[in-house]
Design a protein around this ligand. Structure first.
Ligand SMILES: [Zn+2]
Length: 176
């Protein structure tokens, strides 16, 4: 019995080791695959370039149509800012206070997170300057309206059923 047992032991050990090796290889492979997916994911994730992500579907669609119409006119229309998180918006408020030296002046250029149309996904900033001016001229027929007299780049949706854009606000201070 003892001889038989001793004789079979190495085989059982070998099998156990083989199973362990296969299991280890599977674990290592999983780790490598997960690592690769993460690496590829971070390489493909959006950088600082603004995207239409987070915009209301209606605005995303109208901006795409505007971009196509602009391109047909030889005008390169790009998004310089779209949807912003509340934290991003608050950072812009803080930066503006620092840049302009007072909250009173900052209010003319940026709204707080709770009233910013960018946070709601219903506003876009476009560029470059010539292209923003182009959209200012053609926005109505594309369902996009400028909102503030001091921001040629900022556009919001033309309200449903409206045939004209609302009168421009002098700046964003009235939205505080
Ligand atoms: Zn804006």
């Amino acid at each position: 019995m003892v001889t038989l047992y001793v004789g079979r032991l190495p085989e059982r050990v070998r099998r156990r080791r083989a199973r362990w090796a296969v299991a280890s290889a599977v674990v290592v492979l999983c780790v490598v695959v997960v690592g690769l997916v993460h690496a590829l994911g971070s390489a493909a994730s959006p950088g600082p370039t603004p995207t239409a992500q987070g915009l209301s579907p209606e605005l995303e669609q109208r901006f795409a149509a505007a971009q196509a119409a602009a391109a047909a006119d030889g005008v390169p229309l790009t998004l310089t800012s779209g949807w912003r998180s509340a934290a991003d918006q608050q950072r812009l408020v803080d930066d503006a206070v620092e840049r302009y030296g007072s909250l009173e002046e900052a209010r003319r250029w940026v709204l707080p997170p709770e009233s910013s149309a960018h946070v709601q996904g219903t506003a876009i900033d476009v560029g470059p300057t010539e292209s923003a001016l182009w959209l200012g001229e053609h926005g109505l027929e594309l369902g996009l309206c400028r909102t503030y007299a001091n921001e040629i780049w900022h556009f919001e949706l033309l309200a449903d059923g409206a045939t004209t854009c609302p009168e421009l606000h002098p700046d964003s201070s009235s939205g505080w």
